[in-house]
Design a protein around this ligand. Sequence first.
Ligand code: ATP
Length: 326
Amino acid sequence: MALGNKRKYYMIGGKGGVGKTSCAASLAVKFANSGHPTIVISTDPAHSLSDSFSQDLSGGDPVPVEGVDSPLYALEEDLQSSTQGGGSAGIKDLMDSMGLGAMFDQLGDLKFEELMDNPPPGMDEIVAISKVMGLLESPSYSMFSRIVFDTAPTGHTLRLLSLPDFMDSSLGKMMKVRLYKHTSSASAAIKSVLGKQEKQLDTPDQLELLWGCTRKVRDLFHDPDAMEFIIVTIPTVMAVSESARLCRSLRKENVPTRRLLLNQVLPPSSSDCKFCAMKRKEQMNALNLVRNDPELSRLSLIDATLFDAEIRGVPALNFMGNSIWK
Ligand SMILES: Nc1ncnc2c1ncn2[C@@H]1O[C@H](COP(=O)(O)OP(=O)(O)OP(=O)(O)O)[C@@H](O)[C@H]1O
């Protein structure tokens, strides 16, 4: 994973509480200690990156993390501000940052803003990821060769995956409306898309640009050379079942998914107490589920042991990273 200097994105996702943040933070530390300028970003509305690094990372800007060999930054993306005002403020900010603010105002006339006031689930994550991608294209952040995302829990992630298609079809429809604008069916066509009165789009090229921006996120999610989604799970039937559903959805969406990280596996012991023996049996059952699942069994399995102490701070993350990410 550390091979090559081409920029690579890693999305760490899975059921809530399975250890995504610890795994994402330890991977980022491992990359930084392998010579990669790295940034780790949380897009989970309930951030725990600060707790994981034992450092205040709030504020919405990348914060340097000390104690690693290469530059390591961490960012807790503020999803609240991305969607404040019901979503349109975030979209406006995003489009402003892309130099498309004027177009937003024009689209606002078309009640595009209303569409954004009721964004579909997962919109905030798309905005957050697009914002980060934009930020990383700026010269001051071009140094990062590894980008690690601590994503939102599974439900959000799944919705996120279908979002670019929604945007694609909505904007695609708008572009078609533009093509039909001189025909008598224009009004009906526009109403069917926007539910409002006809207004002519006079910025078709910019609309295409916006369409391109939304596709950027989806393109990243479909590029096996630039991106990988790593599923984190724990050896319980519930977590494995949810991971199997996530894996199927990722496959369906053609998101590059090659690894399954099985976290909190009991370390070997020759003298289990009754409780540990029961737990071990339960974990073996869950592992069998993984082995027999048609999707999960195709992934390469990474074992991460259950540590006897909470993983917090760079030295602990370094220890965890060295034991997991070989
Ligand atoms: N392998 C492990 N050994 C011991 N403790 C662990 C391990 N992995 C994670 N933990 C602990 O489990 C707790 C939850 O971990 P973490 O916050 O990384 O999970 P998460 O999946 O990101 O949670 P959320 O979905 O709430 O964001 C933390 O206290 C963390 O230190």
